[in-house]
Design a protein around this ligand. Structure first.
Ligand SMILES: N[C@@H](CCC(=O)N[C@@H](CS)C(=O)NCC(=O)O)C(=O)O
Length: 202
């Protein structure tokens, strides 16, 4: 299999973390397609994902999978893993936490494009302010839910770790930790796992 990925993409990091957690390193080749932004055309990526977004997984039979939740569930399935529980209550807890983490990421990545890519004259401060408010509410929700995180991390917890890692990577000047002590402590513990420690973006 081939995963089209980039070191700076938090969604692709989530998949790379799962590959390590599931012991699939030998089964998946990583390919960095070069620059991927909403205003560039990347032929390597477009051939696998018509939406032109990272990550995308090409299977050995030529089929392609996206986006990151689908790829993660597929990898867990083929590895006979247990990161997506089947028991309904735990399953929807896990999927819900993944959605919250991914949601904060979607907002953060869009904000990053707005502030780093969009020409200064076209930037929209009201939109930026509302994105930031949603992100702060999302982070508060993580702090509230933190006590009920699974002790042995599932897809939700790994997603949240990648989300907080992306906040540190791209938004270091607006530290998410103050006022969120439980999340701060949880994050420093989960970051000791090799899968996360070895995929920190630089
Ligand atoms: N929902 C998607 C989001 C993927 C995404 O936003 N990827 C970014 C890189 S971090 C991207 O490819 N951006 C290019 C674009 O927006 O055209 C997923 O979970 O895979």
């Amino acid at each position: 299999m081939k995963l089209v990925t980039a070191a700076a993409s938090p969604f692709a990091r989530k998949v790379r973390v799962l590959i390590i957690e599931l012991g699939l390193q030998e089964a998946v080749n990583l390919q960095d397609p070069g620059a991927v932004t909403p205003v560039s055309n990347n032929a390597v990526l477009n051939a696998i994902n018509p939406l032109g977004m990272l990550p995308a997984l090409e299977l050995d039979n030529g089929d392609c999978l996206y986006d990151s939740p689908v790829i993660c569930e597929y990898l867990d399935h083929i590895a006979d893993g247990s990161l997506f529980p089947s028991e309904p209550s735990r399953r929807f807890q896990a999927l819900g936490l993944q959605a919250l983490g991914d949601g904060i990421l979607e907002l953060s990545v869009a904000l990053r494009y707005e502030t780093a890519l969009r020409p200064q004259a076209l930037r929209w401060q009201e939109w930026i302010d509302h994105q930031n408010e949603k992100i702060e509410r999302g982070l508060d929700a993580l702090e509230s839910r933190c006590e009920s995180f699974e002790p042995s991390p599932l897809i939700g917890e790994f997603t949240v770790a990648c989300t907080l890692g992306y906040r540190d990577f791209r938004f270091a000047d607006s530290d998410w930790r103050p006022g969120r002590p439980a999340l701060t402590q949880w994050f420093s513990q989960i970051m000791q796992r090799d899968s996360l420690a070895n995929t920190i973006p630089e």
